[in-house]
Design a protein around this ligand. Structure first.
Ligand code: SAH
Length: 455
């Protein structure tokens, strides 16, 4: 028999918050039921309006804070709580870093079954603002004008913005220039429902080499010369303007066609003393300063020797592969996206590295073949997407006998799951280091060093 929940929708309750959930929400217990309240902090006593009740948990909206946490700070962004981007802007930065460390420790314990593991303090930023090198803004029309904005969480509603405190200033200059161009020239915003209208998204990359503005439309790009002039006048380090065409009924931001309408087809990013060309659709870690720290820690922990062979699974545009190549006899990068592998090969040439090989395939198909060929892998880097490493790739890793693995993860849950599998096959965790790639948000990136002795 299912028990009747102790609370109902629209109830207003007083709640003591004692922990935080994986999305940065405060969590308290009401007659045994977990209640998630965004923007409430541990140690606080709050009043919440219940907006959702399920058989196992409830969600409340913060209406009043009766007792404040000493970790609470005044959020400095007018869009905070509305746009869904920064879930932790009400929390001191030191407390955010500790929250992320705890998230990793909890996942390792709860999902991985590990006890007594040390999780190092999260590596943070000196100035955790304006750190993103990429922004993507949908557009909407209102009262005859068009504005860029950000999606309200779990909805298709857009709130208009003129600044975003985690974005680079040049990104915002480019976004506002496109808005002014659209409004001065009567360019309409694309409407998802009717599939009518022109301008769909503004995507901007602001890297060490300059700013790339990508204007995504449903088809044609009217008043192109005026757009170029306005962007050139507004963005001091403009490097590239790309027109991307996306005429599909989809919520994927970019379409397949990219036309360089001004400047170069790519921009350059400098990471750990190497240059990478970044095209409109390439994956690049969004926080350059922290990416350098992440890569340095991950690669140093592998202690690569000049005679060794290293493999980099999920290599993207070859960032980690090239850093491994600098220290080893040879590095092999494996990645599923064709254009990323193309960029990776060009990046090797750009940096004068010839001891690299790139394979365009899934990790789970390429690694078993590599291992079956009898190649000796001395060190391995893993940097998978949120869903973690496929079981076939894990089995190939175990079979390969590789002794040192550095696992870079953006999802503590799948990291813990995969570490459990690797450790049950003889690996031991030697280091767990969270790195804050996304200040003000609840996301955490983690490096785990795994080793196994000769079996
Ligand atoms: N190491 C890179 C990219 C990491 S992001 C960097 O630091 O920049 C994860 C990458 O894994 C993406 O480039 C994605 O395209 C790739 N990917 C996703 N699934 C994959 C799979 N099954 N096999 C190989 N690569 C995959």
């Amino acid at each position: 028999m299912t028990r009747k929940p102790p609370i109902n929708r629209n109830d207003e309750i007083v709640l003591c918050i004692d922990s935080m959930g994986s999305e940065g929400q405060g969590v308290g217990r009401y007659e045994g039921m977990a209640v998630f309240v965004p923007f409430a902090l541990p140690g606080e006593v709050i009043k919440a309006h219940i907006i959702k009740v399920t058989s196992s948990y409830a969600v409340g909206k913060l209406v009043d804070i009766i007792k404040h946490s000493t970790d609470r700070v005044v959020a400095d962004c007018p869009y905070f709580t509305k746009c869904g981007g920064c879930m932790l802007r009400h929390m001191s930065y030191a407390a955010q870093l500790e929250y992320k460390r705890r998230q990793v420790a909890d996942a390792m314990e709860r999902i991985g079954g590990f006890t007594g593991l040390e999780v190092k303090p999260t590596v943070g930023m000196n100035n955790p603002q304006r750190y993103r090198n990429k922004g993507a803004f949908p557009l909407a029309s209102c009262g005859g004008a068009i504005y860029p904005g950000l999606f309200v969480p779990r909805s298709h509603r857009i709130i208009p913005i003129t600044d975003c405190l985690i974005q680079n200033e040049n990104t915002m200059r480019a976004v506002n220039a496109v808005r002014e161009w659209a409004n001065a020239n009567g360019i309409s915003a694309y409407d998802e429902k009717t599939q009518k209208g022109i301008l769909r998204h503004i995507v901007v990359r602001s890297t060490t080499g300059g700013t790339m503005a990508v204007v995504v439309t449903n088809g044609e790009l009217p008043q192109k010369e005026k757009l170029i002039d306005m962007l050139k006048a507004a963005v001091p380090d403009l490097q590239s303007i790309i027109h991307n065409i996306n005429d599909r009924d989809t919520n994927v931001i970019m379409g397949d066609i990219n036309k360089t309408i001004w400047g170069s087809a790519y921009t350059l990013e400098r990471l750990c003393k190497l240059d990478f060309s970044v095209s409109a659709e390439s994956f690049l870690q969004v926080n350059t300063e922290q990416a350098c720290k992440l890569y340095d820690i991950a690669i140093d922990s592998l202690e690569i020797k000049p005679t060794e062979l290293a493999v980099d699974l999920y290599c993207g545009i070859g960032t980690i592969t090239l850093m491994l190549a600098k220290k080893s006899a040879k590095a092999i990068g494996i990645e599923i996206v064709d254009s990323a592998i193309h960029d990776a090969a060009e990046n090797a040439v750009r940096n004068g590295l010839s001891n690299v090989e790139f394979i365009c395939a899934t990790a789970e198909s390429a690694l078993p073949k590599l291992v079956a060929s009898g190649i000796r892998i001395d060190a391995l880097s893993l940097d998978p997407p949120r869903k973690g490493v496929d079981i076939k790739a894990l089995e190939a890793i175990i079979q390969s006998g590789v002794q040192r693995i550095t696992y870079v993860s953006c999802n503590p849950a799948t990291l813990a799951r995969d570490c459990k599998i690797l450790c049950s096959a003889g690996y031991e965790i030697r280091m767990i280091q969270p790195v804050d790639m996304f200040p003000m948000t609840a996301h955490v990136e983690t490096i785990v060093l795994l080793q196994r002795e000769n079996l």
